[in-house]
Ligand binder design. Structure first.
Ligand code: BGP
Length: 475
């Protein structure tokens, strides 16, 4: 039998605003870039748009009752900037503030720690129209006003603040996570420019959180990168990939400066961001307090000759194994590839619980900062059987092995304060609509038909309830 997790360990799960709330044009909410992006994806690929999503806006009390039944002691959600400032700047929409106040009060009444994310991909659309959104440095000032307002508003109820979600993934999939006007889409330096603006915004958010006595951390979309072979040139390629895809972000948040090798490579290839003289000083003065890790998979890399064609990360839109549109390639630096040792999901994400153990061990050695898992999960086709059940044993297997990996790292001294897998309930996938599901709670709707969004407990719901009740000893 497994030894118990600490008594105050935060057990819960995660969601994000536009993926779960719906009510996209209700009670004063303004349009966000995700409303526009998902409308376009609906027209192009048939994925659901974000207008109703999982209707959490109207059903949050029912959802929190289910969280309580599972035994949650934490819930990670995000705050939609366009619900608070419908224009991105200017007037506050009090009805939007009231929604989050009600949500937080309901969580607290159920002894569930609210863990809000300030930014999860959903920039107010008027800021895209005004100055191109994250492309412009002007966005940093508008974000600062929003962040300060929210942090002050909820400072008495929130201890842990997640600042910005997955900047590294935004760089990789920038047109999916940000609205980029077509005329800019060929200029890849802008990927890193956007990220620089986000680094400034995130440092300012950390500053405000510290001013009110809270703790702050960015949610890192983190995949460790293995070398495909033990050839020295593949090992160096994996190191290069780790520097550019991982440490480039970590070092800013936790050391206060850009990773030297990654920044040098970007400069040599005209991809580096423009920055002002004091920007790194702002980073250094506002370091983050904990790792919020979003872990789904590990990645693999091998050496890549000079002169190869530069390519950006591909994706699988169909959910048929092997339908990946390509791998990121940086000539002379590295090329990403699949890992022949690992099984994958239907969307080609490598399943690797040991990879999570590797992340804990590697990052704790390098930074010695506590961890919180803010996403971890299996995207899968779920079937609602005629008897009204969802037998998602594949999801249970996935989560069990990742919790075990967490415990192994903790047994070697790594500090982990919470585990919040993705996702509390089914929601709109960022890349694949409602066919690809992650929830512990099933939401009865499809891409084409919103139905009533009824909640149904999956087998994983009952399993996770028992995991929490047994403090992680019964997996
Ligand atoms: C992370 C995001 C989430 C979530 C998850 C699964 O990158 O933070 O918002 O959606 O990945 O990704 P997807 O929905 O594309 O399967």
């Amino acid at each position: 039998m497994q030894k118990e997790f600490p008594k105050d360990f935060l057990w819960g799960a995660s969601t994000s605003a536009y993926q779960v709330e719906g009510a996209a044009a209700i009670d004063g909410k303004g349009v966000s870039q995700q409303d526009v992006i998902n409308q376009e994806r609906h027209e192009k690929f048939g994925f659901a748009d974000a207008s109703v999503a999982s209707d959490h806006y109207h059903k949050y009390k029912e959802d929190i009752a289910l969280f309580k039944e599972m035994g949650f002691t934490s819930y990670r959600f995000s705050i939609a900037w366009s619900r608070i400032f419908p224009n991105g700047d200017g007037e506050v929409n009090q009805e939007g503030v009231q929604f989050y106040r009600d949500l937080i009060n309901e969580l607290k009444a159920n002894d569930i720690e609210p863990i809000p994310t300030l930014y999860h991909y959903d920039l107010p659309w008027p800021l895209v129209e005004k100055y191109g959104g994250w492309l412009s440095r002007e966005v940093v000032d508008d974000f600062a006003v929003f962040a300060k307002y929210i942090i002050n508003e909820f400072k008495d109820d929130v201890k842990y603040w997640i600042t910005i979600n997955e900047q590294s993934i935004i760089v990789q999939y920038w047109t999916q996570k940000c609205y980029i006007l077509p005329e800019y889409q060929d200029n890849n330096q802008l990927r890193y420019q956007i990220n620089h603006h986000m680094n400034l915004a995130q440092a300012i958010a950390v500053k405000y959180v510290h001013e009110v006595g809270g703790l702050a951390g960015p949610a890192l979309g983190y995949s460790p990168i293995y070398a495909r072979t033990c050839k020295p040139e593949d090992q160096i390629a994996a190191l290069n990939a780790n520097d550019l895809r991982n440490s480039y972000y970590l070092d800013v948040y936790f050391k206060g400066y850009y990773n030297v090798a990654a920044l040098t490579y970007l400069k040599q290839n005209d991809l580096a961001p423009e920055m002002a003289a004091d920007d790194e000083k702002l980073f250094a003065e506002n370091l983050s307090d904990f790792f919020a890790i979003n872990y789904y998979d590990s990645n693999c890399a091998h050496a890549c000759p000079e002169g190869a064609e530069r390519r950006w990360s591909g994706y699988n839109l169909t959910g048929k194994k092997g339908d990946m549109s390509g791998f990121e390639t940086h000539p002379g630096f590295y090329q990403m590839c699949s890992n022949p040792e690992l099984k994958t999901t239907d969307w080609d994400w490598a399943i690797d619980p040991i990879g999570l153990e590797y992340v804990y061990r590697d990052l704790y050695t390098r930074y010695k900062i506590p961890f919180m898992i803010t996403e971890n999960g299996l995207g899968a086709y779920d079937e609602l059987t005629p008897d009204g059940k969802i037998h998602d044993d594949y999801r249970i297997d996935y989560l069990r092995e990742h919790i075990k990996a967490t415990k192994r790292a903790m047994d070697l001294g790594v500090e982990v304060i919470g585990y919040m897998p993705w996702s509390a309930l089914d929601l709109l996938s960022t890349s694949n609509g409602y066919k690809k599901r992650y929830g512990l709670i099933y939401v009865d709707r499809t891409d084409d038909d919103e139905k009533e969004c009824a909640r149904i407990k999956k087998d994983s719901f009952y399993w996770y309830k028992n995991v929490i009740a047994s403090q992680g000893t019964e997996l």
